[in-house]
Design a protein around this ligand. Structure first.
Ligand SMILES: [Zn+2]
Length: 204
């Protein structure tokens, strides 16, 4: 079940996508919902414009003229992926995940075994959960280390280590993948003018 930050992320990303959009059709994909969804009452939303999305605790509220739709995201943040954008750019989007800089987006994708150019709508729910938990993990590490900049890393680790030693993928162009079980090499590409490093073997 998604926790509050995920729901807030879903809310913001949905807002960017569908604000002021009109409902054209209603489709019920999952018949095993906790509460029975009435198709007839949902159909009343067809042609209505989404005016606003707000959040109350774990519920998302879609505001229509004279109507509200209450949504509880029972499972994963499934809405997240329905975007035609690559995952690297999505994670770099500050309004989407604030505070996750380029280095950590690289590291998150490496941990999640996701190729940075993978289209968001091709990322399975399982992988989204994985990405979210890796973001949390990485942000925690970054906070504990006092920042994400290369300079900060040097301050913390002193002269013994090169900052690159502390990353699994960032800055490791042409080196062997850090996964012991993988014999891939790290490749560097540029995505929206930012360096992107990934393993050609285990990230797809
Ligand atoms: Zn690899």
């Amino acid at each position: 079940m998604p926790e509050l930050p995920e729901i807030e992320i879903v809310k913001r990303s949905l807002f960017k996508m569908i604000n002021k959009a009109r409902i054209v059709d209603i489709k019920i994909n999952n018949k095993d919902l906790r509460y029975k969804v009435s198709h007839t009452s949902l159909k009343k939303l067809i042609n209505k414009k989404i005016l606003r999305i707000s959040r109350r605790s774990k519920y998302l509220i879609f505001h229509f003229k004279n109507k509200l739709l209450l949504v509880h995201l029972g499972m994963s943040g499934k809405f997240l992926v329905k975007r035609k954008k690559n995952i690297k750019n999505l994670l770099m989007d500050q309004t989407f995940v604030s505070g996750l800089g380029n280095i950590y987006v690289n590291e998150t994708l490496f941990l999640s075994k996701i190729h940075p150019l993978r289209q968001c709508n091709n990322v399975e729910n399982k992988s989204i959960k994985n990405i979210i938990s890796n973001i949390k993990k990485i942000l925690k590490i970054s906070i504990n280390r006092g920042g994400s900049s290369i300079k900060d890393f040097k301050n913390i680790y002193g002269t013994n280590g090169n900052f690159q030693d502390f990353f699994n993928v960032y800055g490791r162009e042409n080196k062997n993948c850090s996964r012991i079980s993988c014999n891939g090499k790290i490749k560097k590409i540029s995505i929206s003018n930012r360096s992107s490093f990934y393993c050609t073997n285990c990230q797809y």
